[in-house]
Ligand binder design. Sequence first.
Ligand code: NZQ
Ligand code: ZN
Length: 387
Amino acid sequence: MDNFEFYNPTKIVFGKGVENQVGAETAKYAKKVLIHFGGGSAIKSGLLDRVRASLKSAGVEFVELGGVQPNPRVTLVREGIELCRKENISFILAVGGGSVIDSAKAIGFGVPVSHDVWDFYEYTKTPEKMLDIGVVLTIPAAGSESSPSSVVSNEEKQLKRGLTNEIMRPRFAFMNPELTFTLPAYQTACGAADIMAHIMERYFTNTKNVEFTDRLCESGLKTIINNVPHVLENPDDYNSRAEIMWTGCVAHNDLFNTGREGDWGSHSIEHEISAIYDVAHGAGLAVVFPAWMKQVYKHDVARFAQFAERVWGLEMDHFNPERTALAGIHRLEAFFSSIGLPVRLSEMEVPADRIPEMAKKCTGSGTTGNFVKLDTAAVTEILNRAK
Ligand code: NZQ
Ligand code: ZN
């Protein structure tokens, strides 16, 4: 096990009706805030009205900026930065999913600086301070509600870039599983794939002697595998929604990463796909992850066979562990298909003609991923497997 530091300061308030307490919690930080939200689901469900009422009853004033799109755009982030400066805002309440939260984070560290916020995502500047962020989560998926990351798209450059910095973790996240009853089946499935990917990025590691976190990862994966079919069958299944929501948060708050090195190659490949084709991140991962696995499993057959045995309940073939390893990969792919996700680029209507460009953008002049370092040729091969 590697040495590590783990500090997750995000306060989680979880359960039925908790969003009605968000005003009182927000009042501890600011008397005037920006409410940031997406394309309309929070209006339609009445959530936004409840959040406004909660803020008002706690004496917190607010201005609003909606319209965050999935794969959030830097243009709206820039608008948010101007608005916060004009209105003298020091706190942003993100009401939505990963896209809204990531956009809020970007606004938060764009406000204090005089240069363009995109410089942070090109890594030519490092954020040193930011406005405080709070969250009311509406979709379990990205884990941004307590992660130190923000992923933003630059539509002009057709780039999607992630930025990680500990100052970005939200102050609090209100998580009511009932708010996820309105999720379309496809978004539920995309969220599940993203949660599983966050766990698998950590699971496939070269770090030895990490039994505890291996087993945490395995139970996280099994919880998603067990509960997603229930909510697809019955969207109002509170208990299964709750299991998924809590797993989604812990899957990406870095607990599962303690003492070990994660991979993150599949994420960086997927970001190149959603940057150009604007597909849902979880769907892109359902396509990329099995292809990545087929490419790299020989690097550590025993680990892939362990994944097959412990996560999918497959019998270990001690004479031929490679067979077990491959069977586990096929079970993952079949699971994604069974919950309505694409497992090939063609199923997302992503053509193969820009594969070389995506591979080049992904690796630059170096490599991506840690479990196996992938150069441009290897990423090209993975994307070709995923066609
Ligand atoms: O915009 P609205 O109308 O709210 O609709 C959204 C959106 O269309 C809808 N939705 C959300 N909650 C709903 C709902 N519809 C009905 N009922 C509800 N309760 O779902 C759609 C997707 O929302 P989005 O926020 O885009 O989903 P997600 O949470 O999956 O976020 C995806 C973004 O997060 C980034 C991804 O790359 C992508 O840009 N990620 C962020 C990470 C982080 N910050 O740590 C890590 C991840 O790996 C990921 O890269
Ligand atoms: Zn992700």
